[in-house]
Ligand binder design. Structure first.
Ligand code: NAD
Ligand code: TYD
Length: 368
């Protein structure tokens, strides 16, 4: 067993002795979207941490899904024996129903996850985020063993939080098609809890970063472009603020809420690391030893949320908080991309060049 990656991925999922609610044990998990960035971290963590747990991953393998993210599981005989991968769509009831029927918990990471793509092509966001969630909920409602359902949601459902920190009872005010689809998914979950009494919980994680992140979002895009000395397209004034959550912490928070969360409840998972995009870019360039002159100020994203910020007192009272500092997490992330060029270069296939030109071509050319 490659001990190094086990150590890297296991630590955050450690049991917390300070929990206020006794842990529930789940032995058969269905993890949807488990070949993506956060879902695959969750699968790697939980299989390595919990000896008796079996995991089935259901993933459509869209442009963002990547079976290579699960290679460490396949390379380990003991983990591979408790793991199964099925390629399929959460919006397809014939695929979903039998898989949910044999699970004692369903953890739904599956989604289209990039705001910029939701502005260009929103339809897939709605199909997966609304129809797909509904198919999963129907399957949970009718499954004989009444599995627990965890919906992985996002701080973006609060919209831009100009002051203070959003608590779980703040109104939903999504401002992008991505965030609107995620909010709609949450509302469906609530409706099934209230109307049908299913056992469900929701997590709202903040902006997540770390290894195995498809290089379309700010941090992995800027690291990989900077490695190649390509321009870094910074939107607007770059003073938008994000609260960064390390991927291992996000996976751990989801696991914690699955096992300790009260049925019907929603839990914020903040990173506690809020800072401007300009500062984030400065830090990653410093780690790479690359110059600020790579940055191009380009036309802003339409409807760009200025700030995300969540209150973490509810999850803290339950006994969980993130562990990774932003400085250390970003340094580890930069180093991972430097050491894993084959992984990220392979993700720049398929529609990548066409997407990049559509998203950035005119902006970069008009920025000069
Ligand atoms: P990702 O884009 O890396 O992965 C999404 C995965 O879902 C991919 O493997 C994809 O193939 C799969 N998928 C998409 N549509 C599917 C469908 N119809 N059926 C089955 N599988 C499908 O996303 P991520 O960053 O890992 O995000 C995972 C979840 O966490 C999402 O629900 C997202 O909204 C949420 N989230 C993400 C962040 C973040 O910063 N990345 C923050 C908070 C919450
Ligand atoms: P992103 O990683 O897309 O996450 P989200 O939009 O969900 O917060 O973007 C993070 C921040 O970085 C956001 O303020 C938009 C900004 N950004 C850029 O300035 N340039 C880019 O090329 C991208 C992808 C994002």
């Amino acid at each position: 067993m490659p001990v190094a990656w086990r150590r890297l991925w296991c630590d955050p999922v450690a049991d917390r002795p300070d929990s206020t609610v006794p842990a529930r044990a789940f032995r058969s998990l269905l993890v949807t979207g488990g070949a993506g960035f956060i879902g695959s971290a969750y699968v790697r963590d939980v299989l390595a941490r919990r000896d008796g747990t079996r995991i089935t991953v259901l993933d459509k393998l869209t442009y963002a899904g990547n079976e290579a993210n699960l290679a460490p599981v396949r390379a380990d005989d003991e983990l591979a024996e408790r793991f199964r991968f099925i390629r399929g769509d959460i919006a397809d009831p014939d695929v979903v129903r039998p898989l949910v029927a044999e699970a004692d918990a369903v953890v739904n990471f599956a989604a289209e996850s990039h705001v910029d793509r939701s502005i260009l092509d929103p339809e897939a966001f709605l199909v997966t985020g609304v129809i797909g969630v509904h198919v999963l909920l129907e399957a949970c409602r009718t499954a004989p063993a009444a599995p627990r359902f965890l919906q992985v949601s996002t701080d973006e459902v609060y919209g831009s939080v100009d002051e203070g920190h959003a608590r779980e009872d703040a109104p939903l005010a999504p401002r992008s098609p991505y965030a609107a689809a995620k909010a709609a998914g949450e509302l469906l979950v609530h409706s099934y809890v209230i109307t049908h009494g299913i056992d469900a919980v929701i997590t709202r994680g903040s902006n997540t970063y770390g290894p195995y992140h498809h290089p379309e979002k700010l941090i992995p895009l800027f690291i990989t472009n900077a490695i190649d000395d390509r321009p870094l397209p910074l939107y607007g004034d770059g003073l938008q603020r994000r609260d960064w959550l390390y991927v291992g912490d996000h996976a751990a928070g989801v696991d914690y809420v699955l096992r300790h969360g009260a049925s019907g409840d929603t839990y914020n998972l903040p990173g506690g690391t809020e800072q401007t995009n300009v500062d984030t870019v400065r830090m990653l360039l410093e780690r790479l030893g690359k110059p600020w002159s790579l940055v191009r100020r380009v036309e802003d994203r339409p409807g760009h949320d200025r700030r995300y910020a969540m209150d973490g007192s509810k999850i803290a009272a339950l006994g969980w908080s993130p562990r990774m500092s932003f400085g250390q997490g970003l340094a580890e992330t930069v180093d991972w991309y430097l050491a894993n060029e084959a992984w990220w270069r392979a993700t720049r296939s398929g529609d990548w060049d066409a997407y990049y030109e559509r998203q950035y071509g005119p902006r970069l050319r008009s920025a000069g």
